[in-house]
Design a protein around this ligand. Structure first.
Ligand code: CA
Length: 495
């Protein structure tokens, strides 16, 4: 182990593979490849291995069967941006008031922060992102026609191929290493989230041009027959086609793995699926028994299968830690009238959990959560409560990287839980956040949503998740001491 030589950053920086081989008999498994598959809006009840029995998710199920399937695994928030922020920085999104960002938002990650991929770079990893970013770009006045900085490349990724925000927000283009892919300089991109810009048709004025009817503000500039949130014009040749996204991003992920198979690599595969608009490729359209919602999950499962197949083909699956997550819970009927809700056919996207995306109830942030590392992890099921914000400190522990004060400030070591060696972390605690600064806490089996966080009852809510996983019985009034203790704990965490 590297720890036998020295500790922390110094160890990671100084011990190049050559030095390691020369001085220390290091097991080939000390430094696994790491792949985080972060799905978008996948629900706790969606994969078959989590109860989605009408669907076909053989690849996610295989991952679960060969690794640990967590039944109490949590995203860091119940919406995209704060959750992703927490994953990559180890800091709760609410501390920096990170909420769902528009496509022209400034970079949310401070230039002084140590990010998860930066830590891994310092430990000798090649790092890459493919898929969704949604953490802001540039300094607040991003020009998509020039090199974009800061971008993922400035916060720890050696390679990046991504889209700026969400697949329902403009600009609908891909960016590779800071440059819009396929941009014609004679057709510059302009973006606005306020006043309409350019003269491209909008969903509001031209509903006859839409292939998906937009709801709740998804009726601004039409790109690829779909009304988006926000206005854009220009970049015609660079515009994406939703039908091709899964194949494209999966191909980029596979390409990154193949290119870097000979060294330790970190791949952050942030899939666009299953976020709206749900537009599966032709192979998956109509493939499930649960309408488009099921089709898109089955397309996601195919992407997972391509990653697993690649690891197997390259004979690197033994030494690759795959971590499968979702950034928040699902919302079947959100921005488009795609028939998702009407065709669920009994499928329950959050299983038995209450609430969904955007809420502080369990369905908002308890999500599929799987770790697989054949060389080190014994397959099984774990009911240990674990939040994915703890990945940062856990991977630091794995790699003997010493985090200093201020680095990944809210991430705590859960390595023993993630590798199946323990059933609980020392802190035994998970925090939840909505699309704002409202927070809730789970401590052991107690789940507390203070009245300040605006739960549905308008009062303090306390649930005993051991007896009441569906959060049906608010027991706050008969447990005042527990309420006081958890309120105090929330105050401590906030300050
Ligand atoms: Ca999401």
């Amino acid at each position: 182990m590297e720890v036998a030589v020295s500790k922390g950053l110094t160890a990671c920086l100084l011990l190049s593979p050559v030095l390691l081989q020369a001085k220390v008999p290091v097991s080939q498994f000390d430094k696994p490849n790491i792949i985080v598959i972060l799905t978008d809006d996948l629900g706790y009840g969606d994969p078959v291995c989590y109860g989605g029995s009408k669907l076909k998710t053989p690849n996610i199920d295989r991952l679960a069967a060969e690794g640990i399937r967590f039944t109490n695994g949590y995203a860091a928030a119940s919406v995209c941006s704060p959750s992703r922020y927490a994953l990559l920085t180890g800091e709760y999104g609410w501390r920096k008031k990170v909420s769902i960002l528009p496509g022209n938002a400034a970079m949310t990650i401070s230039k002084d922060a140590l990010t998860l991929p930066m830590m891994l770079q310092q430990c000798g990893y090649v790092t890459g992102i493919t898929g969704k970013w949604h953490l802001g770009l540039g300094d607040g006045n991003v020009d998509f026609n020039k090199e974009i900085k800061p971008s993922p490349n400035e916060v720890g990724f050696d390679y990046s191929f991504y889209y700026p925000a969400t697949n329902d927000r403009v600009p609908c283009v891909y960016i590779e290493n800071g440059r819009v892919v396929g941009l014609d300089p004679n057709d510059p991109i302009r973006v606005s989230y306020g006043t309409p810009i350019g003269n491209w048709p909008t969903g509001k004025d031209h509903p006859e041009m839409l292939k998906l009817k937009g709801l709740n503000g998804h009726n601004q500039t039409i790109v690829n027959g779909i009304g988006r949130i926000g206005y854009m014009t220009g970049g015609t040749k660079a515009l994406w086609k939703d039908e091709e996204m899964a194949e494209l991003f999966t191909g980029k992920a596979v390409g990154f793995i193949r290119k870097n198979a000979g060294k330790p690599f970190f791949l952050y595969f942030a899939t666009h699926n299953i976020h709206e608009p749900r537009v599966p490729g032709p192979k998956f359209r109509g493939s499930s028994e649960c309408g488009v919602y099921g089709d898109i999950i089955q397309e996601l499962d195919w992407s997972v299968g391509e990653i697993l197949k690649t690891l197997s083909d390259l004979k690197i699956e033994e030494n690759t830690l795959v971590i499968f997550l979702s950034d928040n819970g699902p919302r079947v009927a959100e921005g488009y009238a795609d028939g998702g809700l009407q065709n669920l056919n009994g499928h329950k996207e959050t299983g038995v959990l209450r609430g969904d995306k955007g809420t502080l109830y369990e369905g908002g942030s308890r999500t599929p959560f799987i770790t697989r590392w054949p060389a080190k992890i014994k397959p099984g099921v774990s009911d240990a409560p674990i939040g994915f914000i703890d990945l940062f400190a856990s991977l630091a522990d794995l790699l003997k990287f010493k985090l200093t004060a201020g680095q990944a400030p809210d991430s705590r070591d859960g390595l023993a839980v993630l590798t199946g060696k323990s059933r609980h972390t020392k802190h035994n605690e998970v925090m939840m956040q909505d699309n704002g600064v409202n927070i809730a806490i789970r401590s052991g089996y107690w789940k507390f949503i203070p009245k300040e966080s605006k739960p549905q009852s308008g009062k303090d809510e306390l649930y005993d998740l051991k007896k009441d996983v569906s959060e049906q019985f608010n027991v706050a009034e008969i447990n005042p001491k527990i309420v006081s203790k958890l309120r105090l704990r929330l105050d401590q965490i906030k300050h």
